[in-house]
Structures are given as structure tokens and as C-alpha cells.
Design a protein. Structure first.
Length: 340
């Protein structure tokens, strides 16, 4: 039996047509699910009895369970248990512009980035579409507030779970669904080039962020194994195509690791690499974890790196630090929980 929260509006319209019903029923059901937030089919009072019975036969509405949460200033980290007892996390960040939720896309991750906690726990499976949608619904129901922004930067590699991620975006972006504007949704990838290409063809107006973290292959190979499959030149080349075709600006995430990728030479090389590309760089202070030896760069080093990019006319920002006390680095809550 399928979970109803995994159905896009298109899927539901198709479903009703196949059952000799009008497609607009899909809109009605969507509104009950996402505007009214009912938890049983029986509450959908404008849907006729036979249709409800059919829906109950074909779908369940099972949610996900909040196992634990940790709260810090402007940040809440949630650990959820899925129907098969696997666990994933989501992190809520309160900004002045709204509530931004960092959503997980897989249980564990196979990308093996050297600095990342999520990769210490290998991928168990990808998340189904409904398991991503339900992270948002559960957080909104806890907060009694709307999630206005979604970033796919939790555990997992979104483009390693491409089809479900695309359906997830379609459900949360739909005006009849959760109605989060495309420009308020950001997909972050370690750089799976063929999937970036597919994403470009798909034409979704959401933001694309690339975890770069190094300006050359020698260094990036050491930090991110994916670079051996899709080296920097291929990555930059597909991103040039992407920004030309979509007219959208690409974000580069660059974690600053003390003594590793934070030298002046790295900054200059990065500026050279990105010259002429419609992009901006988001410098990320590393969130240290007890299991991994990397250290964060000092404030002075971060500022120097920033200044070099600026001087070389690269748009650059420094990411606000959230939740060091609540273990907000992706994967930390889950891995500490599993170890306890
Ligand atoms: N797999 C995707 C999305 C999940 S990781 C990706 O690679 O983009 C989301 C972001 O958090 C990535 O930029 C990742 O490199 C970064 N990240 C991972 N561990 C971190 C840590 N300890 N401190 C700061 N950023 C981290």
C-alpha cells in the first residue's frame, strides 16, 4: 500500500482518471492533506463515500515519529524514526526572513566525503518521497508555524535519489500542496554531473548549490571521492551550461578547513576557476565533530579568504553558524544517537 504523501498532484490526477473519476478530485485531496492537514481520509468531507473507501484501500497516511530533538538558539534539530525504524534528521533554522528546514534525502550516505559525519554511516537506503514530505509536515506541526524555506542539505546525496527528490520538490512547490516557492527551495549536490544535466533539462526553478570545497582536483580528490568520477573541469562545464540555459545563479559551498583548503593560494585558484560563471560562493565555517580530525579555520583566515575572493570580483558570503551545541552538522545527531 502506498503512502498518500508520496503522490504528486499529477500522480493523483492520473489515479483518479484511472478510476473513472474527475481529475479535480486530486486537487480536493491535496487541499485536505496540505491546507487542512487532516490525518484520516474520513475527514475529507467533500469527497464521496465510495471514493474515500477506494482511497483507504489504496493508500495509507502513516506519519513519521519524532524520537528526540535538541534545541539551541534559533535552531532545532529533530531526529525522526521511519516506518522500518531507520532514523533521519532534519534541522530547523530560524532566520529573520523565515523558517528554513534542512531535509534529509537518504538514510546514511555513500559519497564518503572526508569531513562529513553522514558518510561515516553508510547508506542504508534512499528515502521515499513521502518520507521527505513528512519531515516538513512533522516540523510544522511541532512548531505551529510554517516552514518557508527548504534546503536539501541533510543526510544523503539528493541526486543519488533523483526521482524521489524531483517528486518531493513538485509536492512542496505546488500551490495546491505545501506551496513553498521554487526560489525558496535549494538542492545541494556533491556534483553528480549527469544528474545536474537532467536537473537542467527538468527545468525546475529551484536553486542549485554545489559542494565544491576545493579549487583543484588534487585536493578535491582527497576530500570528496565523487571528484574522481566527475572532476572539476566536467563539473564547471556542466554548470556553465546550466547557468546559460536556466539564467540562474549557481551557489558554491566551500567549507573552510584549517590548513587544508583555506590558503591564499586556494582562494586565488578558486577565483580563477569561477571567473565568468554566474555564481556566488558561500564560505562555511566547518562544524567540527569528535570523530573527524579536521579543524575549522580561524576567523582571520576566513576573512582573508573572503577578501581575496571579493578583490577578484567573486560574489561571496559567509554562512551564519548554527547550532554547534546541538550537533547540527549533517549526520551528527543520528550518528551520536546510534552509538549511544
Ligand atoms: N550531499 C549533498 C547534501 C548534503 S551535505 C552535498 O554534498 O551537497 C550539505 C552540505 O553540508 C554540504 O556542502 C556538505 O559538504 C556540508 N557539510 C558536511 N559536513 C559538514 C560539517 N561538519 N560542517 C560544515 N558543513 C558540512
Amino acid at each position: 500500500m502506498k503512502n498518500i504523501y508520496g503522490m504528486t498532484l499529477d500522480n493523483l490526477e492520473q489515479y483518479f482518471l484511472e478510476h473513472n473519476e474527475k481529475a479535480f478530485k486530486a486537487t480536493q485531496v491535496f487541499e485536505w492533506l496540505y491546507k487542512r492537514r487532516v490525518s484520516t481520509f474520513q475527514e475529507m468531507t467533500n469527497v464521496k463515500k465510495e471514493t474515500l473507501e477506494q482511497l483507504e484501500q489504496d493508500f495509507n497516511m502513516q506519519g513519521i515519529t519524532l524520537v528526540t530533538k535538541t534545541e539551541g538558539k534559533d535552531v532545532i534539530k529533530f531526529l525522526f524514526e521511519l516506518a522500518d525504524s531507520n532514523k533521519v534528521e532534519a534541522v530547523l533554522m530560524k532566520h529573520d526572513y523565515g523558517n528554513s528546514l534542512c531535509v534529509s534525502t537518504e538514510v546514511g550516505c555513500n559519497m564518503g566525503c572526508a569531513f562529513c559525519e553522514s558518510g561515516r554511516l553508510k547508506k542504508v537506503r534512499h528515502l521515499e518521497t513521502h518520507e521527505m514530505v513528512l519531515q516538513i509536515l512533522a516540523v510544522e506541526s511541532y512548531l505551529k508555524e510554517r516552514v518557508s524555506h527548504v534546503v536539501l542539505m541533510g543526510i544523503g546525496e539528493p541526486f543519488d535519489n533523483y526521482d524521489n527528490v524531483i517528486d518531493f520538490i513538485s509536492i512542496i512547490n505546488s500551490g495546491k500542496g505545501i506551496d513553498i516557492g521554487a526560489r525558496h527551495i535549494t538542492v545541494s549536490t556533491c556534483g553528480i554531473v549527469p544528474k545536474i544535466e537532467a536537473f537542467m533539462q527538468d527545468g525546475k526553478q529551484v536553486n542549485l548549490a554545489i559542494s565544491l570545497h576545493a579549487p583543484n582536483d588534487t585536493l578535491r580528490n582527497q576530500l570528496m571521492p565523487i571528484n574522481k568520477a566527475y572532476p572539476i573541469e566536467q563539473l564547471i562545464s556542466v554548470l556553465k551550461k546550466y547557468s546559460q540555459k536556466t539564467n540562474r545563479r549557481v551557489t558554491f559551498e566551500y567549507i573552510l578547513l584549517d590548513g587544508v583548503n583555506d590558503t591564499d593560494a586556494c582562494a586565488l585558484e578558486l577565483a580563477q576557476l569561477l571567473k565568468g560563471l554566474n555564481c556566488y560562493v558561500n564560505l562555511i565555517p566547518y562544524n567540527e565533530t569528535s570523530h573527524i580530525e579536521f579543524k575549522k579555520s580561524s576567523k582571520e583566515t576566513i576573512m582573508r579568504f573572503y577578501d581575496i575572493l571579493k578583490k577578484n570580483k567573486i560574489n561571496v558570503t559567509i554562512r551564519k553558524e548554527f547550532g554547534r551545541r546541538v550537533m547540527a552538522a549533517c549526520g551528527q545527531l543520528r550518528s551520536n544517537y546510534e552509538e549511544a
